[in-house]
Design a protein around this ligand. Sequence first.
Ligand code: FDA
Length: 306
Amino acid sequence: MLRRVLLSASRNQSVARIVRTAPVSRDVVRRFVAGETTESAVAATEDLVAAGLTVSLDHLGEDTRDVAAATGVVKAYVELLSALDAHGLTGGAEVSVKLSAIGQALDDAMCLDHAMQIIDAATRAGTTVTFDMEDHTTTDATLDTLGTVRKEHPQTGAVIQAYLRRSAADVEDLIRSKARVRLCKGAYKEPESVAYTSRKEVDLAYVRLMVRLLEDGAYPMLATHDPRLVAIGESLATRLQRVPASYEFQMLYGIRPVEQRRLAAAGHRVRVYVPYGEEWYGYLMRRLAERPANLAFFLRALATTT
Ligand code: FDA
């Protein structure tokens, strides 16, 4: 129930205005977001790479409804990639892109052109791009764009959401095309008709897809903080004789940082997804929806300054 309310709030502009202007929001946000500028994103990346972790940076923003904003996001990624390159960080850092932030809802051809500009900048800098996955109404369009860019840039990564009923078939397609695949549970409010909605069903789907990706996937990226799924991933990687450079674990910035370091020390590659930028509202709401403790943290911070 609470999760549903928060996920609805993540797309509600009036609630957004209230939360964005609350005096403490920025302090609370710092726990989950690296900062608002390219410099802060680079600084967070430097710290994480120095700690033996790798990074995927996300310039926050989604559901862009005008061309100027979409172009601005492309510019921000190009600037970021060049800054990462200048700081010698592209060996350990790539970028994650939401196609809705670069014009997916406006025009397919423009979105593809924007995606190619970011991929070209990543290639020049010596790194890669992964397309985030958003709500189920965009899955086909995102996979189509991915298929097109991968003809020239096969290193471009995909995301599969375990909660979607269609994901078993999508995973087989991505295995066949040797794509890098990030597997996550899925963060949006989805109807029963397209998604598993009970925790148990989602977890079981995650395990089934993780098995397939670790058996036959070119490069599985296991994105979860769930201790049971991480333990299953670790033991499957060993049993299926995956060499360390052929898969990775991924977690979000600020979530289970001790576990991130434990996995890295145990010899796994670990990538931290680092969001930065001014448009942190939708991202923050999805994190609050996932875990009551995150919400308690947020409310406590609100209460202490008011
Ligand atoms: P879940 O939230 O169900 O938590 C399971 C358990 O993990 C908890 O019971 C607790 O034990 C532990 N846990 C979780 N949070 C914790 C915390 N803060 N501290 C301690 N323990 C904690 N989604 C999407 O739809 N599209 C996308 O492109 C992406 N991309 C993405 C990238 C990366 C790197 C990650 C990690 C996640 C995503 N996601 C995503 C989000 C994803 O779909 C999902 O919503 C969150 O990862 C939460 O799901 P978990 O698998 O972590 O388990």
